[in-house]
Design a protein around this ligand. Structure first.
Ligand SMILES: [Zn+2]
Length: 397
């Protein structure tokens, strides 16, 4: 059963209750106030909510926060980010990952879907700090064959040291950095290894134009022609898509990771909210890396997404509860994590928000306040897998 954690007098939806966690699962959402527990959180004046699941980032890019801003994606990547990343050591990536995870916990996230290098170092940080992650092994044409073999060996030898908090993915970076052969290899490697695929897709107009020129098709049908698309694929950005491409992503069961702040900051374009929602494709939220955001605050992503959706398709589009679902349950579901809502039997991932903040007054609607009014400093406590990672805004890890 594991240790029992009792959260007393907490607001859950409309009612005040006592939430009992046993081991790493919610055991009872209406426990007696005097239920036996190894640890008690007095949570009067706080509400319990699901935490965030960030479905696209590059954690160690916290080290490049503010390093190069205010320029288009191709110049930013080729002239600034890639040359700087070439100089990062494995230790740098460990420290950058730790910095990212601290920021994520403090803003209410317990999971991130990463794509980077030296992922063994990021795995170490995840293991130590108690969060969850899917770590993508990046594949690019520019890598020498020896490095590809090294990555494949890492994947083959992988054993999750956390007993279920870390999964791996194969991450061909994008169609403009991973050619046809690399994409086919990535698909085959992911299938053979039983892991997910994570890719940047249709982030800029240039990517679409180059794909039409080189392959005679737009990016989504191009990937489909390689057999790459399926329910195990997470595609980040998905900005420049026509109606047929959106329908094809939905048919193949691909999950879209929408990154509104990064897309705005790099001027990449606007997500097609109306079409995406109507297609039934699963949409989740991601921050992208810290050098194109420039933070890892998922609550901000919710607000940006909701406001952009309204600007584009009218004020009734993407209500607060729906964008909260994108940021929480949809993300957890994508990665097979039995969490993302506060429900008995589910994995015990949760945040407690401090309702004494002015941002929650007078509180007509908790979800609306959380999405539109609050900020990440309202997060008081973070629990992942039944373990307290932050309490009273003090990190415990
Ligand atoms: Zn990215």
């Amino acid at each position: 059963m594991g240790p029992r954690l009792l959260i007393k007098d907490v607001l859950l939806g409309e009612r005040t209750t006592n939430v009992l966690i046993a081991g790493n699962r919610f055991a009872d959402l209406a426990a007696p106030r005097d239920a036996a527990a190894d640890e008690v959180i007095e949570a009067e004046g706080m509400a319990i909510l699901p935490p965030f699941y960030n479905t696209h980032t590059h954690a160690a890019m916290t080290l490049l926060r503010g390093y190069a801003d205010d320029m288009p994606l191709d110049v930013w990547l080729q002239e600034y980010i890639w040359p700087r990343e070439d100089k990062l050591t494995a230790d740098d990536i460990y420290e950058g990952s730790r910095l990212a995870i601290r920021e994520m916990i403090r803003s209410g996230s317990v999971f991130f879907n990463d794509m980077y290098f030296e992922i063994g170092m990021t795995a170490r940080a995840v293991e130590q700090m108690g969060v969850r992650a899917c770590l993508g092994i990046t594949l690019m044409d520019a890598h020498p064959m020896a490095l590809r073999q090294e990555k494949e060996a890492f994947l083959r030898g992988w054993q999750d040291p956390t007993g279920g908090r870390i999964s791996l993915a194969v991450a061909p970076h994008a169609i403009y950095t991973a050619g046809t052969e690399t994409l086919r290899y990535a698909r085959e490697l992911a299938r053979r290894s039983g892991v997910r695929l994570h890719i940047h897709l249709s982030e800029t107009l240039q990517e679409v134009e180059d794909c039409l020129r080189d392959h005679g098709m737009r990016p989504v049908p191009y990937l489909d022609s390689l057999g790459l698309l399926g329910p195990d694929v997470v595609a980040a950005h998905c900005i420049h898509l026509d109606d047929d491409e959106i329908a094809l992503l939905a048919r193949r069961g691909v999950t879209v990771s929408h990154c509104p702040c990064s897309n705005l900051k790099l001027g990449s374009g606007l997500f097609r909210y109306d079409r995406m929602i109507a297609s039934g494709v699963r949409v989740t939220l991601g921050t992208d890396g810290c050098s194109s955001n420039n933070n890892l605050d998922m609550r901000e992503e919710m607000k940006f997404a909701a406001l952009l959706a309204k600007y584009q398709a009218g004020p009734a589009t993407l209500p607060a509860a729906e964008v909260l679902r994108w940021a929480t349950r949809n993300g957890a579901e994508t990665f097979g994590i039995d969490a993302g809502e506060i429900a008995a039997g589910r994995l015990a991932d949760a945040i407690l928000v401090d309702l004494s903040s002015e941002r929650f007054q007078p509180r007509y609607n908790l979800v609306s306040d959380w999405v539109y009014a609050a900020d990440s400093s309202c997060v008081d406590t973070v629990i992942c897998d039944g373990r307290i990672l932050m309490r009273g805004r003090e990190l415990m890890v």
